[in-house]
Design a binder for this molecule. Structure first.
Ligand code: R5P
Length: 307
């Protein structure tokens, strides 16, 4: 009884919800904190000479701790979020939500060649063990359509369709919305139809990390298009799609992605294919960031949300 009462006393007056960010997620964490009107603090990070990491939770931790980190360049960052989860629980958090605006390893969602892992499940299980909930935006989910099946019952992939539509309406009104592959059909349709915009999807085949072919049929006669995709990595998909659309006579082409991974040389490749503007959301810090999805996450964390 004594120890339990002492523990309650120690944490009396704690905030219900608090946002804790790694330094590299600082801007996104600050946006979230401001939108939610809750306390926020940074985690202290240390890298030992041998490459190991140490993470320290700041002072008084809220009952529901929200840890924010985009997981681009994921290998070291994944270990650090697992360390942070343990640190936050030991410091008093009774509920722990990971906000990973970009969630990695979602594309290897099956064993494509003998001897490979299902990376999606490996990473999902790790996160499910450490967190009560995982919130992300537009996770790359093709063969599995519910993130809860990958990263535990509290995991949700939130839609950025409204934010994307809003960008198109403000910057490329009336544009043809183009999804590069059949898997993007429902997403592309959702973005376009609520804004009354025309849309098409391509038929894409990947022949290697940096080589794809895409065909479009029934391209309407329009002057302006916005290619939308969840991720740009090598830039091959956007570049090839843009070249194809130009052959159909479309002269003004923008490319909009949610997760701006952009491997070295990708942006140049896309521009050389005739793309006028390359824009992205703020899930990964990049000079192309043009709109924020922090509001989508904040809505899920607000009272009545499920974060
Ligand atoms: C694939 O299904 C995704 O939606 C993206 O189209 C893909 O990951 C983009 O990769 P890259 O930029 O290397 O073509």
């Amino acid at each position: 009884m004594g120890a339990r009462a002492g523990r309650r006393g120690l944490f009396e007056g704690r905030a219900e919800l608090g946002v804790y960010g790694f330094a590299d997620a600082g801007r996104f964490a600050a946006r979230l904190t401001a939108l939610l009107g809750v306390p926020g603090a940074a985690l202290a990070e240390h890298r030992f000479p041998d490459g190991e990491s140490l993470v320290r939770a700041p002072g008084a931790i809220a009952r529901h701790a929200v840890l924010v980190r985009g997981l681009d360049d994921p290998n070291a960052k994944l270990v650090e979020v697992l360390l942070a989860a343990d640190a936050l629980r030991r410091a008093g958090a009774s509920r722990l939500t990971l906000v990973a605006p970009y969630l990695p390893y979602m594309r290897q969602d099956a064993v494509f060649e003998p001897g490979e892992p299902n990376s999606q499940l490996v990473v999902g299980r790790l996160l499910a063990q450490a967190f009560d909930a995982v919130l992300t935006v537009e996770a790359h989910l093709h063969r599995v359509d519910d993130l809860a099946a990958v990263a535990g019952p509290g995991a949700r992939s939130l839609s950025a369709a409204a934010e994307i539509r809003d960008w198109i309406e403000r910057h490329a009104p009336g544009a043809l919305v183009v999804g590069p592959d059949i898997e993007a059909t429902s997403w592309t349709k959702t973005i376009a139809t609520a804004g009354g915009l025309p849309w098409i999807v391509g038929s894409k085949q990947r022949h290697g990390d940096r080589r794809v072919t895409i065909d479009f049929t029934d391209v309407p006669e329009v002057r302006r298009a916005v290619i939308v995709d969840d991720i740009a990595s090598s830039g091959a998909t956007l570049a090839v799609a843009a070249r194809r659309l130009r052959r159909h006579g479309i002269r003004s082409i923008d490319a909009l992605v949610v997760h701006a991974i952009f491997a070295p040389g990708a942006a140049r490749r896309i521009r050389e294919a005739g793309v006028r503007r390359i824009v992205s959301s703020d899930t990964i810090v990049h000079r192309s960031n043009a709109f924020s999805v922090a509001g989508v996450i904040a809505a899920a964390l607000a009272p009545g949300g499920e974060g």
